[in-house]
Ligand binder design. Structure first.
Ligand code: GTP
Ligand code: MG
Length: 195
């Protein structure tokens, strides 16, 4: 994984569009603006990679990136939009459900949570969906650079408590800053161990 060249492969709007399930796959979920695209850019060392695919109209697509020969990174659309039309939300939820429950090679979902805010009500829905889809998920706290050292333990405790209700949760929480680079090597190493 580390050192592999990252490329945008495709945006997918239906299960029929998924690329062959022939690689280790991890996906990134999280509230809109939480820092998913920035994290993918930081992990791959390619500024603008995830953003390049993030054109308007593509926001409801599942975006696939290849890293090296053996990994897919998958950028899921952000949730928690206040004004998204209901039919769009429903269509997206249906696709997400099918993807999470039907993707054999999906090894882990990383759920991004803003380190300033912790797990919110809007996050609970995806956590429950991951439980019911039996997809192991791991929380990645983002924007750690915006949280003072002394406040970190408090948010970690809140997240730990929220995770205790979710059987699919992986216990280790990764604190990251895409801006400063904190935790990026750790997360890369975690992805590299998945087979
Ligand atoms: P959607 O694609 O709309 O769902 O958003 P996203 O989750 O992909 O978030 P994105 O990566 O576009 O980042 C949203 C904003 O947060 C941008 O202005 C980023 O520059 C900022 N941001 C992301 N990561 C960090 C970080 O680690 N630290 C700080 N300070 N800002 C960050
Ligand atoms: Mg994005």
């Amino acid at each position: 994984f580390a050192g592999g060249t990252a490329e945008f492969l495709k945006g997918v709007v239906a299960m029929s569009g998924l690329p062959d399930a022939d690689r280790v796959e991890v996906c990134f979920a999280g509230r809109s603006n939480v820092g998913k695209s920035s994290l993918i850019n930081a992990l791959t060392g390619r500024k603008g990679l995830a953003r390049a695919s993030n054109t308007p109209g593509r926001t409801q697509e599942i975006n696939f990136f290849t890293v090296g020969e053996a990994h897919y990174l998958v950028d899921l659309p952000g949730y928690g939009f206040a004004n998204a039309p209901l039919d769009v939300v429903k269509k997206w939820q249906a696709l997400l459900k099918q993807y999470l429950s039907g993707r054999q090679t999906l090894r882990r979902a990383f759920v991004l949570i803003d380190a300033r805010h912790g797990v919110k009500t809007v996050d609970e829905e995806i956590l429950s969906l991951l439980d019911s889809s039996a997809v192991t998920f791991q929380v990645v706290l983002t924007k750690a650079d915006k949280v003072k050292e002394k406040d970190r333990e408090k948010v970690l405790a809140q997240v730990r408590s929220a995770l205790s209700k979710h059987p699919a949760a992986f216990p280790e929480i990764v604190l990251t800053s895409s801006e400063k680079g904190d935790g990026i090597d750790t997360l890369r190493a975690i992805i590299a161990t998945l087979e």
